[in-house]
Design a protein around this ligand. Structure first.
Ligand SMILES: Nc1nc2c(c(=O)[nH]1)N[C@H]1C(S)=C(S)[C@@H](COP(=O)(O)O)O[C@H]1N2
Ligand SMILES: [Mo]
Length: 251
């Protein structure tokens, strides 16, 4: 895998060298400049797309947090099962970690509290055109997957939720790069309080390099799979399967 990559890099470097050799006069020309700089921009964009999946999303200061963080999609799952869990303050709620793992887990909120915790103030961007900055806290998804012994054959992580949206189950999925991204957490706290029902109690995904609809609320089950073909209608998520949203919602 490294050889072709090195080859390509050498080619790019070689190309730049060639251009530099005879270009100081060409570079003065306004049209040539536009083309050169456009090329540079495209190259950087491509590089970002290929190599920067691990880059961190911006984090903000406490004074930048939105005074009001709206809710969207399901605001209360409202099923009998969820109402019972809520009435018991989620003491009986468990998160299943299953699929392609060596040790399937069933985790309570206090079990999730035994993992190292990460807190982050980030901006949520909904595809509908609104954003809000909030603080989230919880264990890293990557640590939880490691504890379950993720198998080599796993390629995607699927999230199943307690709610029905428009009568249909809500689910989402991400790849392993996002799953192990340092800001991808299973958040049980928002703005220093337990998550409220509107924002996904008792647990939601924060996957900060993706748009809002990927941040599954009301998490019940996290499943490692090798393919998305057998998940829902095969496109990897509620919106992907039922509307025409892209599976890839990277920001
Ligand atoms: N289970 C579930 N998760 C969900 C949704 C939903 O309807 N059900 N809506 C999604 C969308 S479109 C957005 S923008 C965010 C909204 O999160 P918020 O209600 O905390 O603002 O949750 C996402 N996760
Ligand atoms: Mo959204």
């Amino acid at each position: 895998m490294t050889a072709p990559l090195l080859g390509r890099r050498a080619l790019i470097a070689g190309g730049t060298g060639l251009m530099l050799a005879g270009c100081d006069r060409v570079a003065q020309h306004p049209v040539a400049r536009t083309i050169l700089f456009k090329g540079e921009e495209m190259h950087r964009g491509l590089q970002r797309a290929l190599f920067d999946r691990g880059a961190l999303a911006p984090e903000f200061r406490p004074d930048q947090m939105s005074p009001r963080f709206r809710t969207n999609g399901t605001r209360d799952p409202g099923t009998a099962g969820y109402a019972a869990l809520r009435a018991g303050r989620f003491a009986d709620w468990r998160l299943a970690i299953d699929g392609l793992v060596a040790r399937p887990l069933s985790l309570s909120l206090s079990d999730l509290g035994t993992f190292p915790q990460r807190a982050q103030i980030t901006r949520h961007d909904c595809v509908e055109g609104w954003s809000a900055i909030g603080k989230w806290q919880g264990p890293r998804l990557g640590d939880v997957l490691k504890a379950a012994g993720l198998r080599d054959t796993a390629r995607y992580i699927v999230f199943r939720c307690a709610d029905l949206y428009g009568g249909m189950p809500y689910y989402e999925s991400i790849d392993l790069i996002d799953a192990f991204h340092p800001q991808t957490i299973l958040a049980w706290a928002m703005n220093d309080r337990f998550l409220d029902v509107g924002h996904g109690a008792p647990l939601r995904l924060r996957v900060e390099r993706q748009l809002g609809y990927k941040h599954a609320k009301y998490l019940m089950q996290v499943t490692a799979v090798s393919s998305l073909a057998a998940v829902g209608k095969g496109r990897g998520g509620f919106w992907e399967d039922n509307v025409d949203y892209d599976w890839w919602a990277g920001i």
